[in-house]
Design a binder for this molecule. Structure first.
Ligand SMILES: C[S@@+](CC[C@H](N)C(=O)[O-])C[C@H]1O[C@@H](n2cnc3c(N)ncnc32)[C@H](O)[C@@H]1O
Length: 199
């Protein structure tokens, strides 16, 4: 098993301040997209939700949100922050790769940010199958894929636009694919925002 497949690996990073991905706020790419062109409201899954900033943001914009993360540290923090802010959002401690069977077609949408790059690249096919399974036909995937260039051995493991198009082509139609209006600090030029429909 690759080390990134184990919740302990991520719990350790949360515990030791190794969470260099932490923004302390929702991703700018998500905020801009939802404020300018909100996807249809409905039930939305946030995969690898971390401390849940994006999940809380979506919930405040009228989406019914479930955040999934297999790190107990992440889920504990996410629940505490939702309580602090009085935001109604559900967080479940769970390996996202178990969702395909149990949550088939139960979501209208998925938000992806820094989960795809966190999993073992050998499991990217499984990731696409999971996302394809949980979104109902006609539902949507909003994703900000990162990083388009590697800066270290990973995680985050680099992504490429060609690879993403190839992997998602069988089950999604890309409606928009562009650099986000704003990127998180230090990520400018390395993010790619996609809005795609489940076919
Ligand atoms: C790089 S962090 C990003 C967290 C959050 N998306 C953010 O932007 O702050 C990746 C997160 O994905 C979670 N994760 C990785 N693999 C997972 C899996 N197979 N199932 C559930 N969560 C997973 C980790 O525990 C970690 O919280």
């Amino acid at each position: 098993m690759a080390r990134v497949d184990a919740p302990d690996f991520w719990d350790g990073l949360y515990a030791t301040g190794g969470d260099g991905w932490e923004l302390g706020q929702p991703a700018p790419a998500l905020v801009d997209f939802v404020e300018q062109t909100p996807p249809p409201r409905g039930r939305v899954a946030v995969l690898g939700c971390g401390r849940g900033h994006d999940a809380r943001f979506l919930a405040t914009r009228g989406y019914e949100v479930v955040g999934y993360d297999f790190s107990s540290a992440a889920v504990t923090a996410a629940r505490a922050l939702a309580r602090r802010d009085g935001v109604k959002v559900e967080f479940e401690q769970r390996d996202i790769f178990t969702l395909g069977r149990e949550a088939a077609h139960t979501f209208d949408g998925v938000w992806e940010y820094t989960c795809y790059c966190a999993i073992d690249p050998a499991r990217r096919g499984d990731y696409v199958r999971t996302v394809s399974a949980i979104i109902r036909p006609g539902g949507w995937l909003l994703a900000c894929f990162f990083p388009l260039r590697a800066v270290n051995a990973g995680p985050p493991f680099p992504v490429s636009r060609a690879e993403l198009r190839r992997r998602f082509a069988a089950t999604f139609r890309f409606e928009r694919a562009q650099p986000p209006l704003r990127s998180a600090r230090g990520r400018l030029g390395r993010e790619w925002l996609v809005f795609a429909r489940r076919t």
